[in-house]
Design a protein around this ligand. Sequence first.
Ligand code: F0G
Length: 523
Amino acid sequence: MTSAPLASSAATKVPTRPRAFQRCVNAACRAEYPVDQVLISCPNCHELLDVAYEWPRASIPTFDLFDQRSLTRGTRHAAGSMHATDSALDFSGVWRFRDLFPFFRDPRQIVTIGEGRTNLQHAEPLGRTVGLDTASGGALYLQYEGFNPSGSFKDNGMSAGFTHARMVGARRVACASTGNTSASLAMYASLAGVQAYVFIGDGRIAFGKLSQALEYGAITLQVAGDFDACLARVREIAETMPQAGVYLMNSVNPFRLEGQKSIMLRVLEGLDWQAPDWIVVPGGNLGNCSAFAKVFLELHALGLINKIPRLAVIQAKGSRTLDRIVNDLGVSWTPRHELASLRTSGPVVAPDLSGTYDIARVKAEYARMDAANERAKTVATAIEINRPVNLSKALRALHAMNGVVRSVDDHCIIEHKALVGRMGFGCEPASAASVAGARVLIKEGVIRPHETVACILTGHVLKDPDCTVEYHTGVSSKSGKSARVPGAPRGDVHIPLGCLANRPIPVIDDLHAILRAMGVDAG
Ligand code: F0G
């Protein structure tokens, strides 16, 4: 799978279509590879790859174009079809922004099932609860990615990953997963007619997600080990055994992240193309935050936005690798080009987002974690990850978006999950880390009460029903025993444990008893 890097293109004649290629994020390498080469990391230096573009100035889209696409009419074909129609592409909350990730050769080959039709909800009471001053302009928005076809944000990236897989003729796709990636991969694979393999850690997957992978027909391997072990194994197969022909769909795949850029485009769209002050997102493998910063850098280079929001990445206390690397060890990103110099005046806009960081420090930290046998553990199983694969891109994101990292404990996550649910729609535990983290940052004075904050709710409330039922009933669905730990530590912000618990009320089958239990006085 290795090949010599392409020579950097010095365009003499201005092309009419954007040029897309892969480029290593390491400023000391910056090797370039063709877009249809299947790579997991840079063959030259093993760092991550970006999908990079050279946009001729004449082909830079406008926000008006995206607005107009909501009016496109005509027949819609879903995934599996080789003839995606304009109406199907414009219906998708990912592909209606396709000009901002033009890596595909033929738009008819795009794999879409109508993903990304998610909404930005103004959550005023919740905003007040977490400490925003709504009277002075403070506003909390919730970006509900749980409304995607498989119930999580992963579909944004998966449709882009599958589009690339189709471009290169992949017949087998695989991923390691804490659950949502596997559900999304299995759904797209069954619709696109390719064989799916999912590697999941032993016992650390919420049932809603496992049930999806099984139902959609993926070959599901429950590997004795955690997520990191699964990822190492599936990566080994995809990277070193080309004869197996396995295309890797984890977020280390740069094409997947191109689709996840659309989440930010919808946040902007939901605010009439005005950036909020803050984007708050849970961090696991750190693909989302990486994709978010990339699109803001690109939009800025293209001259489409002037303001880049600040980023808060929220981890679980039991899974805080990025938090430790950034806040305890002080590792940060040094870009090759600062923001202002990405915006050029030439006929082609070609942002180079490469940079460097102290990789030796990170390797030493991983060695320390291994020696201490430190393993991630959190109720938010979706983000229970030791070694986030997108670490370098996440460091870039923190630099580009003047970002911060925090972690919140499991009690805090679960209380905020209940709070989000009480305000409507709901989310899974990992998603609620964003709201919990926003509250912590408001309390610290980092997010100011008059600011606008968009929290990304990454997964649907039905993904982890056991967790929800345990919270409300106080009884473990697995053991039938009390699920509350007496005297357990409170969350980072002081909310009594189980304060929103909404227990089912046992009642005999008698009209008056039922009315009494309903609190209804029927005379
Ligand atoms: N929220 C949910 C619901 C997730 O499923 C994940 C990741 C994240 C947040 C973290 O996102 O990796 O971009 O930082 N889930 C992956 C999976 C790891 O396998 O489903 P990230």
